[in-house]
Ligand binder design. Structure first.
Ligand code: 7TS
Length: 407
């Protein structure tokens, strides 16, 4: 398929809105992306044509809903090259996926003397669950530091990867710096000391091929809404033998095999971890988002998003008084920056007047802000439907804001 951004943009109704009479320039894709019409239509079709609960009834629409729900599981497995569909558990998002491991694995397998290794680059959703796990189990939390370039400092691995390390939890692609971390290398170092790994892939799965067979991680988490899919849906990948050995997370319907008043046995994986009525419409919508992404293909997506990112980086750095945070060799389409004498919140408000949506804040990474010595940054993040013309509007509007704010 030939990559044609103009025709791609036609598929996204939300991109054609105006803000303050100006065309919307949406550059907050690391927070959440817009949805193509096919995803919106898949959700509408489920509710209006075959709405039913799954896995429990034999009438026609229940069967249709169950088939569509389970077909999405196969699509997810194919997308990330997971050899076994039982590895794919549907959750509400990255946050829930990580918490599932923290509760169903962490609290049953960790204790005093054990170490959980995270990095200084984590989104709060891959930090707080481990702070809570450490508190509840007596395990110790350790951190791989970051360098001034916004990369992981892996120069002293023996300091962090020890015989006590039981779990390594790390972000594959930074939502602040855009840095793509050497995931395969980190997973190998973890496995060498006998630790399990959980990869926060919320910012990587939407942008490049993430391959379970190649990475060999034990667990991996991502969210549907950052990859053209609905909100309220995410994925936890886990190696089947680990999932089978784990205790359940939430108890209730769906996750059981047999129940007496005194005790119960558990359903097979993945359903053991999908208690209650699942997110049926969202799962079906996610499957359609995956269809959309795979029809374009990651090769074209990576190439196009890199072109946009390089273009924006060079235009931004040509502006007076701009500090760009992070300078990793391998990076995704996310740029965080500060403008001298202009608070990020003021910049975001000025840009909003021009119809431009960027993020200003700590990006759920307060430890990074502390390390950078700033209260907040501005952040522009791109998706496959953004254009160089939109970046031109961004740059011009930042220049105008600087002129206005600093005289
Ligand atoms: N991990 C990373 C790396 C993220 O960027 C985010 C969300 C999450 C986890 C949490 O995902 P959720 O779907 O469970 O909420 N990141 C952002 C962001 O950068 N701006 O808004 C949300």
């Amino acid at each position: 398929m030939i990559f044609d951004v103009n025709s791609i943009r036609q598929d996204f109704p939300n991109l054609h809105q105006t803000v303050n009479g100006k065309p919307l320039v949406y550059l907050d894709n690391a927070a959440s992306t817009h949805k193509p019409q096919s995803v919106i239509e898949a959700v509408r079709k489920f509710y209006s044509e075959y709405n039913a609960n799954v896995h429990r009834a034999l009438y026609r629409y229940a069967t249709e809903a169950t088939e569509a729900y389970e077909a999405s599981r196969d699509k997810v497995a194919r997308l990330i090259n997971a050899p076994d569909r039982r590895s794919i558990i549907f959750t509400s998002g990255t946050t829930e996926s990580i918490n599932l491991i923290a509760y169903a694995w962490g609290r049953h397998n960790l204790g005093p003397g054990d170490e959980i290794l995270v990095t200084e680059m984590e989104h709060h959703s891959n930090l707080i669950p481990w702070q809570l796990t450490a508190r509840d189990t007596g395990a110790t939390l350790k951190f791989i530091p970051i360098t001034a370039d916004g990369a992981l400092d892996l120069s002293n691995p023996d300091q962090y990867f020890t015989a006590r390390t039981k779990l390594v939890a790390f972000i594959q692609q930074s939502n602040v710096f855009g840095t793509i971390n050497p995931a395969k290398q980190i997973i190998e170092m973890a496995h060498q000391v006998g630790a399990l790994t959980i990869v926060d892939a919320a910012q990587s799965v939407p942008h490049h091929q993430v391959d379970m067979t190649e990475l060999d991680c034990d667990f991996l988490a991502f969210s549907g809404h950052k990859m053209l899919g609905p909100t309220g849906i995410g994925v936890l990948y886990g190696k089947p033998e680990l999932l089978e050995a784990m205790e359940p997370f939430l108890g209730g319907g769906e996750m059981i095999q047999s129940v007496t008043m005194e005790k119960s046995t558990w359903n097979e994986i993945p359903w053991k971890f999908e208690a209650g009525t699942p997110k049926i419409a969202q799962v079906i919508g996610l499957g359609t988002a995956i269809d959309y992404i795979t029809a374009i293909g990651f090769e074209a997506i990576v190439k196009y998003e890199k072109e946009l990112t390089d273009y924006a980086l060079s235009a931004l750095s040509a502006l007076e008084g701009i500090t760009i945070h992070g300078n990793a060799h391998q990076r995704g389409p996310v740029i965080s920056f500060n403008v001298k004498d202009v608070h990020p919140h003021d910049l975001a408000q000025f840009l909003d007047q021009e119809g431009i949506a960027i993020r200003a804040g700590h990006h759920c990474t307060q430890p990074i802000m502390q390390k950078l010595g700033v209260p907040a940054t501005s952040r522009a993040s791109f998706s496959l439907y953004n254009t160089k013309a939109e970046i031109d509007i961004l740059i011009e509007s930042i220049a105008n804001t600087i002129r206005f704010m600093t005289g």
